[in-house]
Design a protein around this ligand. Structure first.
Ligand code: DAH
Length: 342
Protein backbone atom coordinates (compact mmCIF):
# COMPACT_ATOMS: atom_id res chain seq x y z
CA UNK A 1 0.00 0.00 0.00
CA UNK A 2 1.42 3.33 -1.11
CA UNK A 3 1.04 6.25 1.16
CA UNK A 4 -0.59 9.08 -0.63
CA UNK A 5 0.61 12.48 0.38
CA UNK A 6 -1.95 15.06 -0.64
CA UNK A 7 0.39 17.98 -0.07
CA UNK A 8 3.10 16.67 -2.39
CA UNK A 9 0.58 15.72 -5.12
CA UNK A 10 -0.88 19.21 -5.07
CA UNK A 11 2.57 20.81 -4.77
CA UNK A 12 3.71 18.78 -7.79
CA UNK A 13 0.67 19.95 -9.73
CA UNK A 14 1.31 23.57 -8.82
CA UNK A 15 4.81 23.29 -10.27
CA UNK A 16 3.46 22.13 -13.64
CA UNK A 17 4.41 24.78 -16.21
CA UNK A 18 3.28 23.35 -19.55
CA UNK A 19 0.61 21.19 -21.14
CA UNK A 20 3.18 18.42 -21.60
CA UNK A 21 4.13 18.51 -17.92
CA UNK A 22 0.45 18.45 -17.03
CA UNK A 23 0.05 15.27 -19.08
CA UNK A 24 2.96 13.71 -17.21
CA UNK A 25 1.48 14.70 -13.87
CA UNK A 26 -1.85 13.15 -14.90
CA UNK A 27 -0.23 9.91 -15.93
CA UNK A 28 1.69 9.81 -12.65
CA UNK A 29 -1.20 10.41 -10.24
CA UNK A 30 -4.53 9.93 -11.95
CA UNK A 31 -3.76 7.71 -14.95
CA UNK A 32 -4.78 4.05 -15.00
CA UNK A 33 -1.55 2.58 -13.70
CA UNK A 34 -0.62 5.30 -11.35
CA UNK A 35 -0.51 6.32 -7.85
CA UNK A 36 -4.03 7.22 -6.82
CA UNK A 37 -5.51 4.43 -8.94
CA UNK A 38 -3.03 1.88 -7.62
CA UNK A 39 -3.73 3.06 -4.08
CA UNK A 40 -7.44 2.43 -4.61
CA UNK A 41 -6.78 -1.02 -6.01
CA UNK A 42 -4.59 -1.99 -3.07
CA UNK A 43 -7.30 -1.14 -0.53
CA UNK A 44 -8.55 -4.73 -0.72
CA UNK A 45 -5.83 -5.78 1.72
CA UNK A 46 -7.02 -3.39 4.46
CA UNK A 47 -9.38 -3.90 7.38
CA UNK A 48 -12.86 -2.32 7.04
CA UNK A 49 -11.95 0.66 9.26
CA UNK A 50 -8.68 1.25 7.46
CA UNK A 51 -10.51 0.92 4.16
CA UNK A 52 -13.04 3.56 5.17
CA UNK A 53 -10.41 5.99 6.35
CA UNK A 54 -8.21 5.38 3.30
CA UNK A 55 -11.16 5.64 0.91
CA UNK A 56 -12.14 8.98 2.37
CA UNK A 57 -8.63 10.29 2.18
CA UNK A 58 -8.13 9.12 -1.40
CA UNK A 59 -11.51 10.57 -2.40
CA UNK A 60 -10.52 13.97 -1.04
CA UNK A 61 -7.15 13.90 -2.79
CA UNK A 62 -8.73 12.80 -6.04
CA UNK A 63 -11.44 15.47 -5.97
CA UNK A 64 -9.04 18.26 -5.16
CA UNK A 65 -6.38 17.09 -7.63
CA UNK A 66 -8.94 16.62 -10.41
CA UNK A 67 -10.40 20.11 -9.90
CA UNK A 68 -6.94 21.63 -9.95
CA UNK A 69 -6.03 19.56 -12.96
CA UNK A 70 -9.13 20.79 -14.87
CA UNK A 71 -8.31 24.35 -13.98
CA UNK A 72 -4.73 24.04 -15.24
CA UNK A 73 -5.83 22.13 -18.33
CA UNK A 74 -8.36 24.82 -19.30
CA UNK A 75 -5.74 27.52 -18.76
CA UNK A 76 -3.24 25.71 -20.99
CA UNK A 77 -5.86 25.18 -23.71
CA UNK A 78 -6.80 28.84 -23.57
CA UNK A 79 -3.13 29.82 -23.83
CA UNK A 80 -2.72 27.52 -26.84
CA UNK A 81 -5.73 29.06 -28.61
CA UNK A 82 -4.55 32.58 -27.84
CA UNK A 83 -1.13 31.78 -29.17
CA UNK A 84 -2.60 30.36 -32.38
CA UNK A 85 -4.84 33.39 -32.80
CA UNK A 86 -1.89 35.71 -32.32
CA UNK A 87 0.03 33.86 -35.03
CA UNK A 88 -2.84 33.49 -37.52
CA UNK A 89 -4.05 37.02 -37.18
CA UNK A 90 -6.70 38.03 -39.74
CA UNK A 91 -8.12 41.41 -38.97
CA UNK A 92 -11.60 41.38 -40.43
CA UNK A 93 -12.09 45.02 -39.51
CA UNK A 94 -9.32 46.13 -41.88
CA UNK A 95 -10.60 48.76 -44.26
CA UNK A 96 -9.48 47.36 -47.61
CA UNK A 97 -10.49 49.04 -50.88
CA UNK A 98 -13.73 47.48 -52.16
CA UNK A 99 -13.50 45.39 -55.30
CA UNK A 100 -15.65 47.17 -57.85
CA UNK A 101 -18.17 44.89 -59.51
CA UNK A 102 -20.15 45.86 -62.56
CA UNK A 103 -23.90 45.69 -62.93
CA UNK A 104 -26.41 45.62 -65.72
CA UNK A 105 -27.21 48.92 -67.41
CA UNK A 106 -30.45 50.52 -66.21
CA UNK A 107 -31.96 50.19 -69.66
CA UNK A 108 -31.16 46.48 -69.81
CA UNK A 109 -32.50 45.83 -66.29
CA UNK A 110 -35.74 47.52 -67.29
CA UNK A 111 -35.84 45.73 -70.64
CA UNK A 112 -35.55 42.41 -68.82
CA UNK A 113 -38.35 43.42 -66.45
CA UNK A 114 -40.59 44.41 -69.35
CA UNK A 115 -39.80 41.12 -71.09
CA UNK A 116 -40.86 39.26 -67.96
CA UNK A 117 -44.11 41.23 -67.83
CA UNK A 118 -44.74 40.41 -71.52
CA UNK A 119 -43.91 36.74 -70.96
CA UNK A 120 -46.37 36.61 -68.08
CA UNK A 121 -49.00 38.03 -70.47
CA UNK A 122 -48.32 35.22 -72.93
CA UNK A 123 -46.08 36.99 -75.47
CA UNK A 124 -43.26 35.16 -77.26
CA UNK A 125 -40.02 37.17 -77.00
CA UNK A 126 -37.96 37.49 -80.19
CA UNK A 127 -34.94 39.71 -80.81
CA UNK A 128 -34.41 39.52 -84.55
CA UNK A 129 -31.27 40.98 -86.05
CA UNK A 130 -29.88 44.49 -86.30
CA UNK A 131 -28.85 44.21 -89.96
CA UNK A 132 -31.88 43.63 -92.19
CA UNK A 133 -32.92 43.88 -95.81
CA UNK A 134 -34.88 46.80 -97.22
CA UNK A 135 -37.68 44.30 -97.77
CA UNK A 136 -37.82 43.50 -94.04
CA UNK A 137 -37.46 47.08 -92.87
CA UNK A 138 -39.76 48.73 -95.41
CA UNK A 139 -41.55 46.73 -98.09
CA UNK A 140 -42.81 43.87 -95.92
CA UNK A 141 -44.55 46.37 -93.64
CA UNK A 142 -46.25 48.26 -96.44
CA UNK A 143 -43.67 50.98 -96.95
CA UNK A 144 -43.01 51.03 -100.74
CA UNK A 145 -39.70 52.35 -102.06
CA UNK A 146 -41.38 55.45 -103.44
CA UNK A 147 -43.19 56.18 -100.20
CA UNK A 148 -42.16 59.27 -98.28
CA UNK A 149 -42.12 57.07 -95.18
CA UNK A 150 -38.77 55.68 -96.28
CA UNK A 151 -37.46 59.16 -95.63
CA UNK A 152 -39.39 59.43 -92.40
CA UNK A 153 -36.71 57.08 -91.11
CA UNK A 154 -33.26 58.36 -91.75
CA UNK A 155 -31.62 55.10 -92.54
CA UNK A 156 -28.06 53.83 -92.22
CA UNK A 157 -27.36 51.91 -95.41
CA UNK A 158 -24.55 49.35 -95.46
CA UNK A 159 -22.27 48.73 -98.44
CA UNK A 160 -23.23 45.01 -98.46
CA UNK A 161 -26.15 43.92 -100.62
CA UNK A 162 -28.92 41.36 -100.29
CA UNK A 163 -29.98 38.81 -102.98
CA UNK A 164 -32.06 41.49 -104.73
CA UNK A 165 -29.06 43.78 -105.05
CA UNK A 166 -30.48 46.14 -102.42
CA UNK A 167 -28.19 47.58 -99.77
CA UNK A 168 -28.62 46.04 -96.36
CA UNK A 169 -29.70 48.49 -93.66
CA UNK A 170 -29.47 48.88 -89.90
CA UNK A 171 -33.09 48.39 -88.87
CA UNK A 172 -34.81 51.69 -88.21
CA UNK A 173 -37.63 50.02 -86.28
CA UNK A 174 -38.40 46.63 -84.78
CA UNK A 175 -41.51 46.44 -87.00
CA UNK A 176 -38.95 44.92 -89.39
CA UNK A 177 -39.55 41.58 -87.63
CA UNK A 178 -43.33 41.45 -88.18
CA UNK A 179 -43.20 39.65 -91.50
CA UNK A 180 -40.63 37.04 -90.46
CA UNK A 181 -42.55 36.20 -87.28
CA UNK A 182 -45.87 35.79 -89.10
CA UNK A 183 -44.19 33.43 -91.54
CA UNK A 184 -42.30 31.53 -88.87
CA UNK A 185 -45.08 31.05 -86.29
CA UNK A 186 -48.25 31.46 -88.35
CA UNK A 187 -51.43 32.56 -86.60
CA UNK A 188 -52.72 33.05 -83.95
CA UNK A 189 -49.64 35.00 -82.92
CA UNK A 190 -48.70 37.00 -79.82
CA UNK A 191 -45.14 38.24 -79.83
CA UNK A 192 -42.93 41.14 -78.76
CA UNK A 193 -39.58 42.12 -80.22
CA UNK A 194 -37.29 44.11 -77.95
CA UNK A 195 -34.34 45.37 -79.95
CA UNK A 196 -31.90 48.08 -80.86
CA UNK A 197 -32.81 50.38 -83.73
CA UNK A 198 -30.71 52.94 -85.58
CA UNK A 199 -31.54 56.37 -86.97
CA UNK A 200 -29.25 58.64 -88.86
CA UNK A 201 -30.44 61.92 -87.40
CA UNK A 202 -29.43 64.79 -85.19
CA UNK A 203 -29.54 64.03 -81.52
CA UNK A 204 -31.17 66.02 -78.74
CA UNK A 205 -32.57 65.30 -75.29
CA UNK A 206 -35.25 63.02 -76.74
CA UNK A 207 -33.55 61.67 -79.89
CA UNK A 208 -30.52 59.42 -80.20
CA UNK A 209 -28.95 57.57 -83.12
CA UNK A 210 -29.25 54.20 -81.34
CA UNK A 211 -32.10 53.29 -79.03
CA UNK A 212 -34.26 50.35 -77.97
CA UNK A 213 -37.78 49.65 -79.13
CA UNK A 214 -40.33 47.05 -78.19
CA UNK A 215 -42.52 45.99 -81.08
CA UNK A 216 -45.69 44.08 -80.25
CA UNK A 217 -47.80 42.04 -82.63
CA UNK A 218 -51.04 40.22 -81.79
CA UNK A 219 -53.02 38.44 -84.51
CA UNK A 220 -56.07 36.25 -84.08
CA UNK A 221 -59.68 35.96 -85.15
CA UNK A 222 -61.85 38.88 -83.96
CA UNK A 223 -59.07 40.97 -82.47
CA UNK A 224 -60.42 44.47 -81.87
CA UNK A 225 -59.24 47.91 -80.82
CA UNK A 226 -60.91 47.15 -77.47
CA UNK A 227 -58.54 44.19 -76.97
CA UNK A 228 -55.60 46.47 -77.73
CA UNK A 229 -56.74 49.13 -75.29
CA UNK A 230 -57.21 46.67 -72.44
CA UNK A 231 -53.88 44.95 -73.07
CA UNK A 232 -51.99 48.25 -73.34
CA UNK A 233 -53.39 49.57 -70.06
CA UNK A 234 -52.31 46.36 -68.28
CA UNK A 235 -48.86 46.46 -69.88
CA UNK A 236 -48.19 50.12 -69.08
CA UNK A 237 -49.58 49.74 -65.54
CA UNK A 238 -47.17 46.85 -64.96
CA UNK A 239 -44.23 48.75 -66.47
CA UNK A 240 -44.80 51.91 -64.41
CA UNK A 241 -45.89 49.98 -61.34
CA UNK A 242 -49.11 52.01 -61.01
CA UNK A 243 -52.56 52.21 -62.62
CA UNK A 244 -52.10 53.83 -66.01
CA UNK A 245 -54.83 55.08 -68.33
CA UNK A 246 -54.38 55.61 -72.05
CA UNK A 247 -55.71 58.07 -74.58
CA UNK A 248 -55.75 57.29 -78.32
CA UNK A 249 -55.34 59.84 -81.08
CA UNK A 250 -55.52 59.07 -84.81
CA UNK A 251 -52.10 58.89 -86.47
CA UNK A 252 -50.59 57.65 -89.69
CA UNK A 253 -48.21 54.69 -89.91
CA UNK A 254 -48.08 52.75 -93.20
CA UNK A 255 -48.26 49.34 -91.51
CA UNK A 256 -51.53 49.91 -89.62
CA UNK A 257 -55.04 51.03 -90.43
CA UNK A 258 -56.35 52.75 -88.42
CA UNK A 259 -53.20 53.97 -86.68
CA UNK A 260 -52.99 55.68 -83.32
CA UNK A 261 -50.66 57.72 -81.25
CA UNK A 262 -51.04 56.59 -77.65
CA UNK A 263 -50.74 58.89 -74.65
CA UNK A 264 -50.41 57.49 -71.13
CA UNK A 265 -51.59 59.17 -67.96
CA UNK A 266 -48.48 60.87 -66.55
CA UNK A 267 -46.87 58.42 -64.08
CA UNK A 268 -44.82 61.18 -62.44
CA UNK A 269 -47.58 63.56 -61.30
CA UNK A 270 -50.56 61.20 -61.63
CA UNK A 271 -52.24 63.80 -63.85
CA UNK A 272 -51.92 66.68 -61.40
CA UNK A 273 -49.70 68.47 -63.90
CA UNK A 274 -45.90 68.58 -64.00
CA UNK A 275 -43.07 69.65 -66.28
CA UNK A 276 -42.80 66.17 -67.85
CA UNK A 277 -46.40 66.20 -69.12
CA UNK A 278 -46.29 69.98 -69.66
CA UNK A 279 -49.18 70.33 -67.22
CA UNK A 280 -51.48 68.26 -69.47
CA UNK A 281 -51.53 65.05 -67.40
CA UNK A 282 -50.72 63.01 -70.53
CA UNK A 283 -47.47 61.89 -72.12
CA UNK A 284 -47.04 60.64 -75.66
CA UNK A 285 -45.65 57.17 -75.35
CA UNK A 286 -46.09 54.91 -78.38
CA UNK A 287 -47.46 54.29 -81.84
CA UNK A 288 -49.93 51.54 -82.56
CA UNK A 289 -52.76 50.43 -84.78
CA UNK A 290 -54.70 47.61 -86.38
CA UNK A 291 -52.38 45.62 -88.63
CA UNK A 292 -52.80 46.71 -92.26
CA UNK A 293 -54.35 44.02 -94.52
CA UNK A 294 -51.37 44.32 -96.87
CA UNK A 295 -49.00 43.47 -93.99
CA UNK A 296 -51.09 40.43 -93.07
CA UNK A 297 -51.20 39.26 -96.71
CA UNK A 298 -47.43 39.70 -97.09
CA UNK A 299 -46.97 37.55 -93.98
CA UNK A 300 -49.18 34.81 -95.43
CA UNK A 301 -52.19 35.60 -93.22
CA UNK A 302 -55.69 35.96 -94.68
CA UNK A 303 -57.00 39.45 -93.70
CA UNK A 304 -60.58 38.29 -94.24
CA UNK A 305 -60.17 35.76 -91.49
CA UNK A 306 -57.72 37.39 -89.12
CA UNK A 307 -57.20 40.81 -87.60
CA UNK A 308 -54.56 42.06 -85.26
CA UNK A 309 -52.89 45.01 -83.60
CA UNK A 310 -49.30 46.15 -83.51
CA UNK A 311 -47.50 48.66 -81.34
CA UNK A 312 -44.03 50.14 -81.06
CA UNK A 313 -42.74 51.46 -77.74
CA UNK A 314 -39.50 53.43 -77.38
CA UNK A 315 -37.88 51.72 -74.41
CA UNK A 316 -35.39 54.53 -73.76
CA UNK A 317 -38.28 56.94 -73.54
CA UNK A 318 -40.28 54.73 -71.19
CA UNK A 319 -37.31 54.22 -68.86
CA UNK A 320 -36.46 57.94 -69.01
CA UNK A 321 -40.04 58.76 -67.97
CA UNK A 322 -40.04 56.17 -65.20
CA UNK A 323 -36.77 57.41 -63.69
CA UNK A 324 -37.23 61.09 -64.55
CA UNK A 325 -34.13 61.15 -66.77
CA UNK A 326 -34.08 64.42 -68.65
CA UNK A 327 -31.85 63.46 -71.57
CA UNK A 328 -31.96 60.03 -73.26
CA UNK A 329 -28.40 60.43 -74.52
CA UNK A 330 -27.25 59.46 -71.00
CA UNK A 331 -28.17 55.89 -71.94
CA UNK A 332 -25.45 55.74 -74.58
CA UNK A 333 -22.78 58.29 -73.68
CA UNK A 334 -21.05 56.04 -71.12
CA UNK A 335 -20.96 58.70 -68.37
CA UNK A 336 -19.98 56.75 -65.26
CA UNK A 337 -21.72 59.19 -62.92
CA UNK A 338 -24.99 58.29 -64.63
CA UNK A 339 -24.28 54.57 -64.88
CA UNK A 340 -23.29 54.27 -61.23
CA UNK A 341 -26.38 56.01 -59.93
CA UNK A 342 -28.66 53.13 -60.98
N1 DAH B 1 -42.33 51.45 -86.17
C1 DAH B 1 -42.76 52.73 -85.66
C2 DAH B 1 -41.57 53.63 -85.46
O1 DAH B 1 -40.50 53.17 -85.34
C3 DAH B 1 -43.46 52.53 -84.33
C4 DAH B 1 -44.78 51.87 -84.52
C5 DAH B 1 -45.91 52.63 -84.76
C6 DAH B 1 -44.88 50.50 -84.49
C7 DAH B 1 -47.14 52.06 -84.95
C8 DAH B 1 -46.11 49.88 -84.67
C9 DAH B 1 -47.23 50.69 -84.90
O2 DAH B 1 -46.25 48.57 -84.67
O3 DAH B 1 -48.44 50.09 -85.09
O4 DAH B 1 -41.74 54.81 -85.39
Amino acid sequence: MQTMDKKSIIADLKKVASAAELDQWYEKYLGKKWEITVAYKSMGELSPEEKKEMGQKLGEIKTEATALYEEKNTAFQRDAINEQLANDLVDISLDLPLVKTGHAHLLQKERRLIEEICQSMGFIIEYGKDVVTKYENFYSVNIPASHPATEMHDTYFLSQHDDQGDNLVLRTHTSSMQNELMKRYGVPLKTVVPGKVYRHENTDASHDTVFWQLEGLVIDKDISIGNFKEMMMSLLSAIFGKDTKIRMRPAYFPFVEPGFEIDASCPICEQKGCSLCKQTGWIEILGAGMVHPNVLKEGGVDPNEYTGFAFGIGLNRVVAIKYDIKDIRYFTNGDLRFLQSF
